[in-house]
Design a protein around this ligand. Structure first.
Ligand SMILES: *[C@@H]1O[C@H](CO)[C@@H](O)[C@H](O)[C@H]1NC(C)=O
Ligand SMILES: *[C@@H]1O[C@H](CO)[C@@H](O)[C@H](O)[C@H]1NC(C)=O
Length: 317
């Protein structure tokens, strides 16, 4: 009896999600000090070996590494302290994770500024940390050392890959999402548009990132501040219709990937690390001075612009 009720609910749920595909209602409007309610601070060792020391909320607020006003939330790394080369950890910074987790959803990130500087590795992404990599990972905004455009990437257990030909404005990189392939490169898409990342993004006043995740696809969009932004994205209103958002920057279809099998319910994570597995590995090739860890340790003033400034994060379900 229970099983058949459950089965009916499942089939009802799939009908509902089919009917409403594209239209979502706002379930969270995260602005200013609302970030402190929506997110946990994760004072954990960096899983990607960065030259970083993630601090807790009390420390972050005491050192002004996070700062909230009525309409903005800033998250930054320390830019005042010289770190001893013998210190076991690196520069103070912040990593936050939402209390809520999401499966089918859309989210819009209105970002005025992102961390910049040699050695920086900022990210806005979604995962279930406890089940990584089996629960999957979606990187919405990521890059290193001020280089290039944004990179949008899925990382999964073996058995999920992307077709070469997709409807997206970005440029497809590796197609296999398996974390065990090619040093966990994942199946990425380069956003191509220079204003999507780093100093170019900041000089342009930032912009909007958005994700739509369903049981059958993940899409990610980027619109620069002065771009042709859909009204519902720009206004951050109480509903969105992704059908009006145009061709996504990155499209990840389910033709060779069973999404419910590879993707759990995910938290949103925002992190800023230094050096480590990616930024450190390509540091020299990025035209940055000295070596990554030494530069980060010795030059606090180089990280004055190593901060995220969020106007809002809106979640729609
Ligand atoms: C930061 O985010 C990326 C995802 O873009 C993730 O792979 C990495 O583990 C995170 N790094 C840290 C230091 O938390
Ligand atoms: C804390 O940071 C904010 C945002 O960057 C800044 O406006 C404010 O002056 C800082 N406060 C102190 C005491 O440094």
């Amino acid at each position: 009896m229970k099983a058949s009720v459950a089965a009916q609910l499942v089939s009802l749920a799939s009908v509902i999600s089919t009917v409403h595909a594209g239209t979502y209602s706002r379930t969270e409007n995260i602005v200013g000090s609302g970030f402190y309610n929506a997110f946990n601070f994760e004072a954990i060792p960096d899983p990607t070996d960065g030259r970083v020391n993630y601090v807790d909320q009390a420390t972050a607020q005491a050192q002004n590494l996070t700062f909230a006003s009525d309409n903005t939330f800033i998250l930054r790394a320390d830019f005042k302290t010289v770190i001893s080369d013998s210190s076991p950890t690196g520069r103070n910074s912040v990593r936050i994770r939402t209390n809520n987790a999401y499966t089918t959803h859309a989210a819009v990130f209105d970002i005025a500024h992102m961390p910049q500087g040699c050695g920086t590795w900022p990210a806005v992404w979604e995962t279930n940390e406890a089940a990584w990599p089996n629960g999957g990972e979606v990187d919405i905004l990521e890059g290193v050392n001020d280089q290039g455009a944004d990179q949008i990437t899925l990382h999964t257990a073996p058995g999920c890959s992307m077709p070469a030909s997709r409807t997206e404005t970005g440029s497809a990189l590796q197609l296999d999402c398996n974390t065990q392939v090619n040093g966990n490169a994942g199946c990425g898409v380069n956003a191509v548009v220079p204003t999507s990342f780093g100093p170019t993004f900041n000089n342009n006043g930032g912009g909007w990132y958005a994700i739509e995740r369903t049981d059958t696809f993940v899409n990610v969009w980027f619109w620069p501040r002065n771009g042709n932004v859909p009204d519902d994205v720009r206004s951050g209103g109480t509903s969105v219709n992704t059908a009006n958002w145009g061709t996504p920057t990155a499209n990840f279809p389910n033709t060779q990937c069973n999404f419910p099998q590879f993707f759990d319910s995910h938290n949103i994570i925002i992190n800023l690390t230094f050096c480590g597995d990616w930024a450190g590995a390509v540091y020299g090739a990025s035209g940055c001075p000295s070596t990554c860890n030494s530069y980060v340790d010795a030059n606090p003033a180089a990280f004055v612009d190593a901060y995220f400034q969020f106007n809002s994060i809106n979640v729609y379900q």
